[in-house]
Design a protein around this ligand. Structure first.
Ligand code: KG4
Ligand code: ZN
Length: 344
């Protein structure tokens, strides 16, 4: 049995966790910077980096204390090395290097997206490769076929905004506040999903890519028309996003027979309507649906520790001069989606 310490600091969550290679979570600690970013309506990179620098070591100590362990009991140290806001990524990676150096332990540089992609295997130890992954977060909206550790085939990505970004922008527009996803979900519960006619961008196209910019503009027009309640817009917007996610994922499943399961990860997977629709989609393809528990869907340290455990098992460790990367695609062979912007 090996124990991995995982560090996460790529966006606005600072986290540390201790996970074993047989899938036990010995401790997980998390500090969110929500309150610090709220006045700005989004994550401010400079504020984020400083907050990570303050929060990370106390979280590491807290996790070790909770598990009743010292750094000497840990077999390897895994840290997010990208993609993400580079100041924060550097804080986490350099902390990981310092701890690894001080304790004489191997370092594992983890791709944050790989953390999300493998987290369902921490939640469900029976999940086998290859599986179909819908990764929907604030920075990413991708469909990946997960063939093995480090083996990812990106089947689709967004050509503009990520799904979580669309939720956040819609929340801002509707005056609901930050962070947007949970607030839109709450408002949508009191609304009528059929009240506002909204587009379903790219639905029906051959490639399973995503686009949400047009939907966002339509939401703005609906809001400015003064014809609809905030709740009806939130519900109709959510339904439009769900329809896009389902149509695109369905297309990916049809083109890739032989996957063992449909899996969802990333912060948007916390959304009940998204989960319900994916559950039905999986059932209609006779596939099990695997969703990590909510706290494992959003950014956390356990998914980084677990990705570290999966890599460590295969002897994949990294040198001390490994670089922090603001962009780091999981599938380097994937072509840019037509019309894609600069997102990683
Ligand atoms: O994976 P995550 O914690 O961070 C990264 O982006 O990597 O995802 C955060 C995103 C945010 O855009 C947030 O609005 C969205 O996930 N989100 C939700 C919900 N909870 C979080 N979106 C819709 N419904 C939710 N309940
Ligand atoms: Zn994330």
């Amino acid at each position: 049995m090996t124990i991995i310490l995982g560090l996460e600091s790529s966006c606005d969550e600072t986290a540390a966790a201790l996970v074993t290679d047989d899938g036990r979570i010995l401790a997980h600690k998390l500090a969110t910077q929500e309150a610090q970013h709220r006045p700005y309506g989004g994550v401010v990179p400079e504020i984020a980096a400083r907050a990570h620098a303050e929060a990370l070591m106390p979280l590491v100590d807290g996790a070790l204390h909770e598990a009743g362990l010292t750094l000497n009991d840990v077999d390897a140290i895994a840290a997010t090395a990208g993609p993400g806001l580079i100041g924060g990524v550097m804080v986490g990676l350099v902390t990981g290097k310092a701890l690894a150096h001080a304790a004489g332990k191997p370092l594992i540089a983890v791709n944050h997206l790989e953390g999300h992609a493998l987290s369902p295997r921490l939640a469900d130890q029976s999940l086998q490769f290859p599986y179909m992954l819908l990764l929907v977060s604030g920075g990413h909206c991708q469909i990946l076929r997960v063939d093995g550790v480090g083996q990812y085939r990106r089947l689709a990505t967004t050509i503009d905004d990520a799904a979580g970004e669309a939720f956040d922008k819609t929340a801002k527009l509707l005056g609901l506040g930050y962070p947007g996803g949970p607030l839109v979900e709450q408002a949508a519960l009191a609304g009528n999903a059929k009240a506002v006619p909204l587009p379903r961008p790219l639905v029906g196209t051959a490639d399973p890519h995503f686009s949400f910019a047009g939907l966002k503009s339509a939401v703005m027009r609906a809001y400015q028309s003064g014809q609809y309640s905030v709740e009806d817009i939130a519900a109709s917007f959510t339904q439009a996003v769900v329809d896009c996610l389902i149509d695109r994922t369905k297309r990916a499943l049809e083109g890739n027979p032989g996957v063992t399961a449909l899996v969802v990860a990333g912060g948007v997977a916390a959304n009940g309507a998204v989960r319900d629709a994916l559950t039905q989609l999986a059932a209609s393809h006779d596939l099990p649906f695997v969703a990590p528990p909510l706290w494992l869907c959003t950014d956390n340290g356990a998914m980084i520790a677990w990705a570290g455990a999966e890599r460590f098992r295969l002897g994949m460790t990294d040198p001390m001069d490994v670089a922090a990367r603001p962009r780091w695609p999981l599938d380097p062979t994937a072509e840019k989606a037509r019309g894609a912007g600069v997102k990683a």
